[in-house]
Design a protein around this ligand. Structure first.
Ligand code: SF4
Length: 332
């Protein structure tokens, strides 16, 4: 294991914990994570190199309108890059290289989140549920063995009323959640959202992620312990025979998961801003699914209208409360 550690981060308690876990790791001090992170290096998924850093900028960004059904929705960032290798992932052209960066000044990040929550509560004491999505720049769960994110943030979010954290993953490693339940409690303010796709598409487009079977098993173990589990179908992939593939897949989901215990179902398109779409197409012209997208009236490229209409039909049949994110059914 190799750790590049920012000088200003080396005394953080989380950094010390990581170093205790990996006493034989090679440590290289750096002045700023950007010195490495901003270097153009060909894309490889690193499993043994991590940059440990301190986030000095604001960790919170607002979710775009219509991302969820209310306005109080935010992303917060504690890491960059991912241990998985989804071919459609925007990280591949958003960043110059794939070095995983963990921001470990958790207390400061939590302070910012708390300030945001208090600000909203002050402005509107009768606010709708405030939602925080843990990172849109990585799969947090995939990093948890290193970052101890869950242990720190699940506990933190428990102290608020009417606030929810969603942690979204394509991993099936849930031991850390089960440990938390054993050690402390089953969290009431954290929802674990599993991102699902048909097994054939996982194999083709979502390399290194857990198999569908393993994700089903993880979901059922958490449901059995009364965790809040959500299903996420994202992104829906416009492959050949998508209609047949997804109908079969959703039947499989129903057979393997007790849907009456699932709180919400959320799906979204293969979605890129116009700018990003041009970049990924340039970088990855071989990626077949990109050619099934079209420009719409807003800022995004997404599946062609014909395909979206069909997906709406498929999901209406699957689960009446499916939310399709960043779209307007009545405008198609
Ligand atoms: S799991 Fe998410 S963040 Fe990781 S590579 Fe896949 S799409 Fe990107």
């Amino acid at each position: 294991m190799i750790f590049y550690i920012e000088k200003k981060a080396k005394n953080l308690p989380q950094v010390k914990k990581i170093l205790e876990k990996f006493p034989k790791a090679k440590i290289l001090e750096i002045d700023n994570y950007k010195n490495l992170f901003d270097k153009k290096i060909s894309w490889t998924i690193w499993e043994n190199i991590f940059i440990l850093a301190k986030l000095d900028s604001n960790p919170i960004t607002s979710a775009p309108p219509k991302y969820w059904h209310n306005w109080n929705a935010y992303f917060f960032k504690t890491s960059l890059n991912c241990i998985f290798d989804c071919s459609y992932c925007f990280l591949k052209w958003a960043f110059k290289n794939s070095y995983p960066v963990l921001f470990l000044n958790y207390e400061e990040i939590q302070k910012k989140i708390e300030e945001k929550i208090l600000e909203i509560k002050k402005e509107n004491p009768n606010h709708e549920t405030i939602r925080f999505y843990s990172s849109d720049y990585s799969d947090i769960q995939g990093f948890d063995f290193m970052s101890n994110f869950n242990e720190n943030f699940i506990k933190f979010f428990e102290k608020f009323e009417n606030v929810m954290m969603e942690t979204r993953t394509k991993s099936a490693n849930i031991e850390n959640f089960l440990e938390i339940a054993k050690k402390w409690f089953v969290p009431k303010n954290t929802e674990i959202a599993f991102s699902l796709n048909p097994q054939s598409l996982i194999e083709k487009y979502e390399k290194k992620t857990a198999s569908l079977e393993a994700r089903f098993s993880a979901i059922n173990k958490l449901l059995a312990k009364w965790f809040k589990v959500w299903l996420r179908f994202l992104p829906l992939l416009p492959v050949q025979n998508y209609e047949e593939i997804y109908k079969k897949f959703l039947n499989e989901v129903k057979k393997n998961i007790p849907m009456d215990k699932i709180f919400s179902v959320f799906a979204t398109w293969l979605l890129y801003t116009k700018e990003d779409y041009k970049k990924i197409l340039q970088k990855n012209p071989e990626l077949d699914i990109l050619y099934q997208l079209q420009d719409w009236w807003d800022w995004f490229f997404r599946e062609k209208e014909k395909i979206r209409k069909k997906f709406y039909e498929i999901f209406d049949e699957f689960h009446e409360k499916t939310i399709i994110c960043l779209d307007e059914k009545n405008l198609i």
